[in-house]
Structure formats: structure tokens, C-alpha cells
Design a protein around this ligand. Sequence first.
Ligand code: 0RA
Length: 279
Amino acid sequence: MPDLFQVPDQKSDAYSAKDIEVLEGLEPVRRRPGMYIGGTDERALHHLVAELLDNSMDEAVAGHATVIDVEMTDADEVVVRDNGRGIPVDPHPKFPGISALEVILVTLHAGGKFGGSSYKVAGGLHGVGLSVVNALALELTVEVARDRILWRQNYAQGKPVTKLTQVGGTQNRRGTTIRFKPDPEIFGPRPHFRPALLYRMCRSKATLFRGVQIRWRCQASLIEGDDPTPPEAVLHFPGGLTDFLNEALGKRATVSSRPFAGEVRRPGPGRMVGSLAAG
Ligand code: 0RA
């Protein structure tokens, strides 16, 4: 796809660097994946799931999602779903012929900035990493439930292979679902996720924000005999890091009877900026 450039403000004929947002196509990501995800090994592969999870976490921290489902459905397939607002499906204000969803999925956002205040979240790079995941996917399916309509679009190696289509109605569902299969051209012949790594990732993300519940699921057949990873778990730490610490300490002897913990709060639904806990 050709590179996309923001149309300059028609009322003023002066271009200035701050007005020009360059949105690049995804070829550079496929050409040099290491530049974007730090390699093409197992770590880099799992980093892509972290990217998906972070986008849903942003939606939770912004106060719009409360539940995130992470499911390893096959050795090489992960599904991440949240109950947030859903990626916008309307025409993108700067590219009227393309849905906002497609712009988010097929363009690299230079500098992580996404023009237009409705696409900006305090401190977040909402959806920005999604295009990198898409670029490195053999197959990626996005489903958005928004305004009682369920939408779907399929991608392969970063390119749309279907139109964004209404696939039905949803009475009581809202949010974004992304199904991701990594591309063997990038990650080698048999890319596979490790349940233990994904589970640990879900746990650590859940400790960062008390307002989110992460539901982990993995086909039992994908967990190896000696791997203690549970096939299902609900990860929720309403007490933040203190909960996590208590769980990690278990029955071990500690210096103080209660763990030392403190936190800094900001207004907002369960929002926590800083949290400190020690055994
Ligand atoms: C851009 C704008 C809005 C939401 C999102 C992106 C969004 C992205 C992801 C990625 C995973 N889950 C997500 N949920 C939301 C704001 C939409 C609005 O104003 O309604």
C-alpha cells in the first residue's frame, strides 16, 4: 500500500512540521522486523502478544474495559479480546475512504502520534502497536462489537484480505477481538507460543491495574506434561501489587507481620499511577 500523508490544513497554506503526520505502510516492518520488535526469536514472538494485551490494557486504564480474555487456541494462535469501546469502524477523518480500523491496522504511526483528539488517550499509544503485529501475521482477524453491530475484517501479512463487513448483531457485547497467527516467513518454520510465558505475561499485566480482570485460557493439550501452567485462570488483583506480593510470599517467613506497601492514586476508575510493595 502506498504511504499515506495527512492532508494539510486547507485554511492555512503553510505546512509546518507539527501539522504533518506521516503514516507509513508496513513494508519496513516486514523487511526489518528486528527494528520494531527487537528480533525474530521466541522473545520477539511473545512481544507481539504483549503488544495486543497492552492495547486492551490501555482501553481498561482509560476506564472503558474491565475484562480482557487471552486465549491460546493453538500452538501458533492467540486470541485477545476486551470489552472496551471497540476500535472505531467509521471512516477515518483524515482518510475518508478508509475505516479508522483499517488505518490503525495498516499504517505505521510515526512517532506514535495519532492525529485527532478522539484517538488520543492520556498517556496511551492507543492501537499504535497493532499495525506492527498485523505486519508480522500470517493471518490476523479483527472483530469489533460496537453500537450493537458485529464487524469483522481479515488480514494476511499486514494486508486486508476482506472488506470490513457487518457479520451480525450483538445485543450485549462490546469490544475488540484480535486473532493472531504469526508468519513463519518471519519467525521460522513452526512458530509456537509457550503457555507458561503467556500466562506469566497475563499475571504481570493484571498486577499493574487493579481495575482489570484478565481471563487466561489455553487448550489443555497445548500444555506440556511438566508445565504447571493452568489451562484456565482469572487474574485479578483488586489490591494491586499488595495482592500480588501476598500471593507470591505464600506462607514464607517475613521480617514484618504485614508486607510493606504504599500507593499513589489519581482520580479515575481504579486508576493507579504508582504502587510499591515489599516483603
Ligand atoms: C482508537 C480509538 C478508540 C479506541 C481504540 C482505538 C481502541 C483500540 C483497541 C485495541 C484493542 N482494543 C481496543 N479498544 C479500543 C476510541 C473509540 C471511541 O472514541 O469510541
